[in-house]
Design a protein around this ligand. Sequence first.
Ligand SMILES: *Cc1c(COP(=O)(O)O)cnc(C)c1O
Length: 226
Amino acid sequence: MSIPGNLSKITSSLPASVKLIVVTKTHPVEMIKEAYSAGHRMFGENKVQELVQKEKLLPKDIQWHLIGHLQSNKVKEVAPFVNLIHSIDSMKLLKEVDKQGEKCKRVIDCLLQIYIASEESKFGLDFQEAYALLQSEEFKALYNVRIVGLMGMATNTDDSIQVRKEFKSLKVFFEKIKKEILPSPNFQPTILSMGMSSDYQMAVEEGSTMIRVGSAIFGNRSYLEG
Ligand SMILES: *Cc1c(COP(=O)(O)O)cnc(C)c1O
């Protein structure tokens, strides 16, 4: 099927409350333009360098999401324009985003990436670390970041019982922090980013409000993922 065809198939199946981030990593600008022409405006990349290059070449009304691991020394490259950083996995990184946000006179929206998979290679905080971060005085002193929710990636497995269990655990934790931690200017949790091409339907069933989908729209990526 075509890119616009795949897009409309997915969006028409989603509840109105769920946003689709079109993941464009490894795909050329021409393919992104097809999704843009079909009316899509929210795109995600997992690498800073690729994100920065594509941002320069594409229309300025695109909302760019950084979904992959972010190193502190690269924050300044995305701080001027990034719409949402899904991958905050340490206080050190969050403080750097705050610092660069201040330099750009922006408040940068971020999600805490939570480790829910039973694989070793994925980044993220565990539930306790995330809870402690949100309650810390260090976090309360930051004015140029806003935590707007959580992101998680389920284990890459055919075991749907396992995947569902992981999504459920993240949803439970999301509800817990919304209930137990008072909202403040820098803590406004509304987004639960979970679900990719292989598991987004299940993620939506389990309460996702934002899915990140690449290959179901563009086809398989032609490189070996690390
Ligand atoms: C690549 C990627 C996705 C999308 O993966 P697909 O399987 O192509 O849908 C989602 N989230 C993150 C963090 C990614 O790196």
